[in-house]
Design a protein around this ligand. Structure first.
Ligand code: ADP
Length: 237
């Protein structure tokens, strides 16, 4: 469970998050919607301690993130907007192994996690591939595998469809759907709700650093007009 308790945060005195409180349960698929600049990325970066609140508190599984950063980062995997920014190795397998290696796990366990994570994103057998030779969609899936190798309860994704062509977008969507089906909690920020809204249980919409709307997908989408979020024309979610 990820819990925000009255979280406020500003960049150099410019308020960005204002008194944000929310709870995300294990296994939920939550979309974080809102116009560019509404504070989505800033909120996501609080989920595993990349940013710390100026006031208020973020808890993961009941423990304040700041009190146990390693536990928070093991429970909450983060996939950034531009996967290239998060790769640390030249090949797929080495990159996905990086997180578990840093946990000091035995080699056999690391290998098992890498194989399972690559399988989950449909990249089994590609461990030796060079990352810079992959398509954008494949890179996105490797970034997701890197987060999954930590065996997180939640995966937090920031605009995971940016720059992807339609087949790549579709393949990332398929992976997210199967992860959700298998019980991984997903928190996904996007300003474009096409397709993905059909998978989500709940939509949280942000406006000017505050939660404007929060509720089950179908009901929330009807209220989203006016927040400059691209709402799908059809099919209905
Ligand atoms: P979103 O993800 O919804 O586009 P962000 O969380 O990225 O929104 O940004 C929210 C606000 O915070 C914006 O006004 C943005 O300009 C500002 N902001 C984001 N990052 C920084 C930063 N590193 N320094 C100063 N201001 C920032």
């Amino acid at each position: 469970m990820i819990e925000f308790r009255s979280v406020s945060y500003g960049f150099e005195d410019v308020p960005v998050l204002e008194d944000v409180s929310l709870t995300i349960d294990d296994g939920e698929f939550v979309l974080l919607a809102g116009a560019n600049g509404s504070g989505k990325t800033t909120l996501l970066r609080h989920c595993n301690g990349l940013l710390e609140p100026d006031s208020g508190e973020v808890l993961v599984d009941g423990t304040p993130v700041a009190a146990n950063l390693i536990a928070a980062r093991s429970s909450v995997g983060m996939v950034f907007q531009h996967p290239r920014d998060q790769f640390v190795a030249a090949t797929v397998g080495a990159d996905v192994a990086f997180g578990p290696e840093n946990l000091g796990l035995p080699r056999a366990e690391i290998d098992r996690r890498v194989a399972t994570a690559l399988e989950a994103v449909n990249m089994a057998g590609r461990a030796d591939a060079r990352i810079d030779a992959l398509s954008g969609g494949e890179q996105s899936r490797v970034a997701i595998a890197g987060a999954l190798a930590m065996e997180p309860t939640h995966l937090v994704l920031d605009e995971p469809f940016t720059g992807l062509d339609e087949p790549s977008r579709r393949s990332v969507l398929d992976r997210l759907e199967s992860l959700s089906r298998d019980g991984t909690g997903l928190l996904l920020a996007t300003h474009d709700l096409r397709d993905v809204c059909q998978l989500a249980d709940r939509v949280i919409a942000m406006q000017d650093g505050q939660i404007a709307i929060d509720g089950p997908t179908e009901r929330t989408l009807a209220e989203l007009e006016g927040l400059e979020v691209r709402v799908p024309d059809a099919p209905r979610c």
